[in-house]
Design a protein around this ligand. Structure first.
Ligand SMILES: C[S@@+](CC[C@H](N)C(=O)[O-])C[C@H]1O[C@@H](n2cnc3c(N)ncnc32)[C@H](O)[C@@H]1O
Length: 325
């Protein structure tokens, strides 16, 4: 994810940096990105897009949504040259809205420790798959936790380090709603195909989890208000029932805000009643970062915070959870 106020490296530099950083995460995307970085013809095409739309993730997901097969760079290049208008159209129309249910595993211990029941608001909810933390099953080391009506098809099992306060009981969520500048609809096949295209080629487990989480959400589709978060979150918070603890949370969202919007948003969170849970990249939440008692071993880890106070480091897709003692 690239912040909206990124100072602006060239497209080739962006693709090369992506290839270097993500080589271990996706061999296919690393090869494509390195290929693009040294390919003036493809760079020229990608530069037809507005700067925020030149993002590696977005362009590659658009290509796969348009039918690009996973394979080597020479085939990908040829395919892109033949199908660029379709890729350009999708990249212009869509944005990176990866919705990862596994991120629920990093907020669940905090949710369960707050006074119950809970009224849950997710800011930047995408399709709302993180609005169902009480409907997924969890495994933290040798401890398991299941929804009240039995194990879920979606099992979230982050690699845990430190004294994660594994809850004995699921949180009781009596009201839930999301807010997103561009909500995706779990019952819209095009929206769901886009979510699938956003999952990187080698990430089969994530693709399976996405499909199960979508099926679960389709049984009780989430309410997601279409609005900018800063403009709309107060009104949504006003709707929450007073007999529940209001929790406003967000995960992998603030990178899309300008620095000024992040500051305004943090002030809003401090003003609103209830609690604020954030799960964001370290550079994205300076207030939280300032309060860290120690640095994580991996700078790409997200910081999970309650009311602005860091409590854990988490893998960007919820794949790991390291509690800060
Ligand atoms: C990477 S997705 C994360 C989705 C979800 N929180 C998760 O963790 O799976 C970021 C979401 O934030 C939304 N978003 C970005 N800027 C926003 C804004 N200013 N107001 C509301 N939502 C925004 C995007 O539309 C997108 O759905």
């Amino acid at each position: 994810m690239e912040p909206v106020d990124d100072p602006g490296p060239t497209t080739a530099q962006r693709y090369r940096t992506f290839a270097e950083i993500e080589a271990a995460t996706s061999a296919t995307y690393a090869e494509w990105a390195m290929g693009v970085a040294g390919d003036s013809l493809l760079i020229e095409l990608i530069d037809e897009l507005p700067v925020p739309k030149r993002q590696v993730n977005l362009v590659f997901a658009a290509a796969r949504a348009a039918g690009a097969a996973v394979g080597g760079y020479p085939e990908f290049r040829e395919w892109m040259l033949d199908h660029w208008p379709a890729v350009r159209r999708i990249a212009r129309a869509r944005s990176t809205q990866t919705n990862e249910a596994a991120r629920c595993a990093v907020i669940l211990p905090l949710l369960a420790a707050l006074p119950q029941p809970i009224a849950l608001i997710e800011v930047g909810a995408s399709a709302g798959l993180c609005l169902y933390p009480d409907r997924y099953s969890y495994r933290y080391g040798d401890r398991e936790l299941h929804p009240v009506d039995g194990p879920s098809e979606v099992l979230l099992a982050p690699k845990v380090t430190g004294n994660v306060p594994v809850p004995d009981r699921m949180p009781t969520i009596t009201w839930r709603a999301g807010i997103d500048i561009n909500p995706l609809d779990v019952n819209d096949p095009d929206d769901m195909a886009w979510l699938e295209a956003l999952v990187w080629p080698e990430h089969d487990e994530r693709r399976r989890r996405l499909s199960s989480a979508i099926s679960l959400a389709q049984q009780d589709p989430p309410r997601i208000v279409r609005s900018d978060a800063v403009a709309g979150v107060r009104a949504l918070a006003d709707e929450a029932p007073e007999d529940a603890t209001l929790v406003i949370f967000h995960s992998a969202v603030l990178a899309y805000f300008s620095t000024e919007e992040r500051e305004t948003f943090a002030r809003l969170m401090a003003e609103l009643p209830g609690h604020w849970i954030s799960n964001e990249g370290q550079s994205i939440t300076p207030l939280v970062q300032e309060r860290l008692s120690r640095q994580p071993r991996d700078p790409s880890l997200f910081v999970v915070a309650l009311d602005g106070n860091p409590v854990a480091f988490a893998g960007g897709h919820g794949q790991s959870l390291e509690w800060i003692d």
